[in-house]
Design a protein around this ligand. Structure first.
Ligand code: SF4
Length: 574
């Protein structure tokens, strides 16, 4: 039957009423989002075929499937997490699980669950999956190995004891597109080639100039596996990365790897830049279209770096437009958007946002969603930690960071894009003044009635998580300014839920009404509860929150952006 069973964390298989903001729901604590509400909002979940195989699956597991199928002597299937009993049998040798935030310690989840004090849904669902896998393995194939992979593997580096508790044999980290068959055969046959693989993991440290540096940590217990730094197989070139062979959730199709902007808190930047030519992207889009997915969602950490040639980081506009044109001209494709992008290129050249909008036929009823790291409203912090993020502009020369952000935000909205921003609290060197810069920026943009969300993420000392779940209470240890910033972020989310839940929901009218109601009421309850909690842990927070309600100040250099709207509108209709 199936020798290698691949499956995924159930929270990755939900489609959350096709409402973009809801994809953060698994980060929420189980105690505050009761099961009936969670499972209602999480629907629909990816379907399974009559054999229990996932009809749609997360992109990462589809990539692994493509790397293994037909390239190893063992049989491989991607199995729906609800139908594992149909495939885990006596001849199963490996059960591979793709996960993003298994232990609930991702930066965003920590903010929701107060550093693991509450159990988040993402962990609840992962633990349930592991219980089912271990029960089936015990009953049917005790020698099968359980292997974990995906972007959440680093969490086991923080809490290695969880591997034993959850019955996990190996945690595999990094890109293995080109060498997956070698690894899985080595695991099955107890003969992992240690010239190709190393027992350990990569760790990113930063030198005194904030430049990321990769180091390798050996694992004497042989549970963590990564590509050996001196392996004869270097990181795969684009031609060595297989095309997915079955559809990926949300029509995901990879366009590039790496980013090159060197933010000092980001691991992505340590990966070399590689770009898929449009024809290769189209191959994956075709697979998704065959699966009924008419919208292409480009997997990238920064779309504006696609096919980059300019050393000052002026995006390669023609290559980006060509990519969109190629995909949009394929019969059946009705839209496309990138997973991640940045702000500054659009502030410098709004035609980037407008050009893509024209090609994908965006409009008042068809917005383009994109996730963007705004990080901070402070010039000082952006220059310290992410100075290249402002390229091709320069903070302090071409405007303040706040001016660049506002300019890009206006252009994005005018071209029917809605950014979902993340900001970081707790960067080295952060003071309350920096926090107030961020509060002012968010409030200023909200006062202009611009459309965006902001999700706060805390840079907590993950070292203190090793072997424990008793990290300091994130909220109780915050300064009043930080508490006020979090409050302002959620207040803006409430504003967006009120403005957009009805307009961008894609359910039938009954479910649209119900979802809109739950989102609006839920946002209000959450905001009120958050404020009460902040005031309870520190009465000084109340004054800071009151001040933040009115604080709309941003630093400016007098850069003249007065005529941008007319200019952008003219571009859109050109
Ligand atoms: S722009 Fe984003 S992906 Fe690129 S290095 Fe900075 S944080 Fe990482």
């Amino acid at each position: 039957m199936t020798n290698i069973v691949l499956t995924f964390d159930p929270s990755l298989g939900h489609m959350f009423r096709n409402f973009p903001l809801l994809s953060f729901l698994p980060c929420a604590p189980v105690r505050f989002v009761p099961p009936p509400i969670y499972y209602y909002l999480a629907q629909p979940t990816v379907p399974a075929d009559e054999h229990g195989r996932a009809v749609l699956a997360p992109y990462g597991i589809r990539k692994l499937e493509a790397s293994l199928k037909g390239r190893t002597k063992y049989t491989v299937e991607v199995v729906h997490p609800d139908h594992l009993e149909k495939h885990i049998r006596e001849d199963t040798k490996v059960i591979g699980v793709n996960t993003m935030d298994p232990l609930g310690i991702g930066p965003l989840t920590l903010m929701f669950n107060n550093a693991g004090r509450e159990r988040s849904w993402v962990t609840e669902e992962f633990l349930g999956l592991m219980r089912r896998i271990n029960a089936l393995r015990k009953e049917r194939s005790p020698k099968a190995k359980v292997v974990i992979g995906g972007s959440g593997v680093w969490e086991f580096q923080m809490m290695p004891e969880a591997l034993d508790k959850l019955g996990i044999d190996y945690a595999v980290e990094g890109e293995i597109d080109d060498i997956a068959p070698l690894l899985f055969e080595g695991i099955i046959e107890d003969s992992i080639d240690t010239t190709v693989f190393m027992f350990g993991y990569k760790s990113t440290t930063f030198d005194i100039n904030g430049r990321p540096r990769i180091t390798y940590v050996k694992d004497p217990n042989g549970r963590f596996i990564t590509r050996h730094p001196f392996s004869r197989f270097k990181l795969p070139k684009v031609g060595e990365i297989p095309t997915i062979i079955n559809p990926a959730i949300s029509g995901q199709a990879e366009i590039m790897r790496g980013c090159g902007l060197d933010c000092d808190f980001c691991e992505v930047t340590t990966r070399p830049l590689r770009y898929y030519p449009p024809e290769k992207v189209l191959e994956e889009v075709k697979v998704n279209v065959r699966g009924g997915l008419r919208h292409a969602w480009f997997v990238t950490d920064n779309q504006w770096a696609y096919m980059l040639k300019d050393k000052d980081y002026w995006p390669n506009k023609e290559a980006i437009f060509e990519l969109y044109r190629t995909v949009m001209s394929y019969p059946g494709v009705t839209g496309a958007n990138p997973m991640h992008a940045t702000l500054a290129p659009v502030a410098a050249d709004p035609e980037l946002a407008f050009g893509v909008a024209r090609i994908v036929r965006a409009g008042p009823r068809k917005h383009i969603g994109v996730q963007i790291g705004l990080e901070t409203g402070s010039d000082k912090l952006i220059k310290m930690h992410a100075s290249r993020k402002a390229l091709p502009l320069r903070v302090g020369v071409d405007g303040t960071w706040a001016e660049i952000v506002v300019e890009a935000q206006k252009a994005y909205n005018a071209a029917y894009w809605i950014p979902a921003y993340t900001i970081i609290l707790g960067m080295a060197g952060e003071t309350d003044d920096d926090i107030w810069d961020t509060i002012g920026l968010i409030n200023y943009m909200a006062s202009l009635n611009l459309y965006f969300t902001v999700t706060p993420m805390a840079l907590v000392s993950l070292g203190s998580l090793r072997g424990t779940r008793t990290l300091t209470d994130v909220y109780a240890s915050m300064t009043p300014a930080q508490a006020a910033l979090i409050y302002v972020c959620w207040k803006n989310t409430k504003r967006m839920a009120e403005a957009l839940a009805w307009r961008i929901g894609k359910d039938n009218p009954f479910y649209k009404i119900l979802t809109t109601l739950i989102l609006n009421v839920g946002a209000k309850i959450w905001l009120d509860a958050l404020k009460r909690y902040f005031v309870r842990v520190n009465p000084e927070n109340e004054r800071a929150i009151e001040r933040a309600e009115r604080y709309t100040h941003i630093k400016t250099t007098g850069t003249d952006f007065r005529k941008f709207r007319e200019r952008y509108k003219a571009m859109l209709h050109a």
